[in-house]
Design a protein around this ligand. Sequence first.
Ligand code: ZN
Length: 131
Amino acid sequence: MTDASQIAEPLDTATIHGYHAHIYYRNEAERAEAAVLRQQIKARFQVIPGRWRDQPVGPHPLPMFQMAFTPAVFITLTPWLMLNRRGLTVLVHPETGDEVSDHAVHPLWLGEVLDLNIDFLRAFAGRAGRA
Ligand code: ZN
């Protein structure tokens, strides 16, 4: 028996104004794979590439770069990444304005699930800076 009054309303996907794909690498070999993937994505999709982060930054436990893109691009880029991520771990998360939930509750992982530093995001919630 379920009391319907205790069930929260589903969230509206209209709150998603964009997405990030974070592409992680652990070593020089994986960085080389990531460089190929970066070029392949840029050649095929409308994305805003972020800069290389060769040291862990923010909530991210490994070196990575991000690609920012719109909901319209998500429907083609995400399945392409499923097939072509070159063995790399990819985090795809929505941007709803709630950075903590976007990373801790709503993300899509391709490959290994990494342990993000959500406390970092909690500490900076509401302040300047995007992750
Ligand atoms: Zn992000």
